[in-house]
Design a protein around this ligand. Structure first.
Ligand code: ADP
Ligand code: MG
Length: 341
């Protein structure tokens, strides 16, 4: 997902181009690789090096606490101590885990932060992904259950009762991080900004004179910069989960990174992507993964039951459906897609 700054010609806040060329030097934005993705913050004329420093220091701190793929983060220590002992963690890990548990309950476990054993088994997004054996899948599934997480909020400890259990916050941590960046920006009294943490977007304020931001929803082809439509928004977060973010191919089949906690395989339904538009990025991040995993019927029902949550579902036949009113601020930009009446 990208924010479009101009309309003629349509110019993206195009992360890769920015990363390798002018934006790094431009004083109004900063881009770094953190949280396993390209994180870009644009404070326009109100940016100062102090604020940028505070933002990226906070992002690195969140990664230090929450990455499941680095040694000695809080999450890594929780995982290594599964079946052994509770682990002292930072406040933000408690907060994110509590939120993750909330969405696990809301989705009947389709979203589950203990999905770690499956994520490791498939290795999607890592160097050596592979299609696992059925017995390996079953073993990983037997270790997944969000109800088993023991959180002691008073003592600030987390315990996984069975050896081999693993927490993975990949579906929610970037949303939390984006909200933290937003908080830092607002506390600095900056009222116009774009935060883009690898597609987790928050826009603060408007483009100017009440003109909304134009945020591009990425095309399923996965080529960054190609988009299927544009959402006009002010003070919102947009987060997309889909089949194109991280995947590998084997024997002509594509295996993507949102895993079914029912059967242990990449979620296989008629959806290519789900975009959530709401106020807090942690909710948008958890919900985009949740609704994708739930599929359209159950996902729609859940979105419709949550006040202030809008959703766009992209089907593999090119049809787009959404919650009531969501397409009022939307412009289709790719003829391969159609909004369903
Ligand atoms: P992205 O990382 O591209 O923003 P998501 O927010 O949808 O995408 O998160 C996908 C990540 O979440 C996976 O890479 C994995 O780490 C984790 N994950 C995969 N399946 C599930 C699931 N069913 N519930 C919770 N987390 C999941
Ligand atoms: Mg997510």
């Amino acid at each position: 997902m990208h924010v479009i700054k101009n309309t003629k010609p349509l110019v993206f806040l195009f992360l890769f181009i920015c990363f390798f060329s002018s934006c790094r030097k431009a004083p109004e934005s900063q881009t770094e690789f953190v949280l396993g993705t390209i994180c870009s913050v644009n404070l326009f004329e109100q940016g100062t090096s102090e604020v940028y420093q505070a933002i990226f220091a906070r992002l690195r701190e969140i990664e230090d606490h929450m990455s499941a793929n680095r040694a000695d983060t809080d999450v890594d220590r929780i995982n290594r101590n599964a079946g052994v002992a509770p682990v002292q963690v930072h406040d933000d890990v408690i907060q994110v885990l509590q939120k993750a548990r909330y969405y696990a309950e809301l989705t009947g476990g389709a979203f589950d932060p203990t999905v770690g054993p499956l994520v490791s088994l498939w290795g999607i997004g890592f160097e050596h992904p592979r299609v696992p054996e059925e017995n390996e899948v079953q073993e990983a599934l037997s270790l997944i259950n969000w109800r088993d997480i023991v959180i002691d909020a008073g003592a600030k400890t987390v315990f996984l009762p069975r050896q081999g259990m693993k927490i993975d916050l990949g579906a929610i941590a970037k949303g939390y991080a984006a909200d933290e960046v937003s908080r830092i920006i607002r506390e600095a009294n900056i009222n116009k900004a774009i935060i883009d943490l690898g597609g987790n977007v928050i826009v603060i304020g408007s483009k100017g004179r009440g003109i909304p931001w134009r945020v591009g929803i990425q095309n399923i082809s996965g080529i960054r910069g190609e988009y299927l439509g544009i959402m006009n928004v002010t003070n919102k977060t947009l987060v997309t989960s889909g089949v194109y973010e991280r995947y590998f191919e084997q024997n002509g089949r594509r295996y993507h990174h949102i895993l079914s906690t029912e059967n242990g395989y990449p979620v296989d339904n008629n959806l290519l992507a789900v975009t959530i538009i709401t106020d807090n990025s942690i909710d948008a991040d958890a919900l985009s993964t949740s609704l994708f995993a739930l599929g359209y019927e159950k996902g729609y029902e859940l979105a419709a039951s949550l006040p202030g949550v809008e959703a766009v579902f992209v089907f593999n036949n090119g049809i787009l459906r959404g919650t009531p009113g969501v397409f009022e601020n939307f412009e289709l930009a790719n003829r391969q897609f159609n909004v369903s009446e």
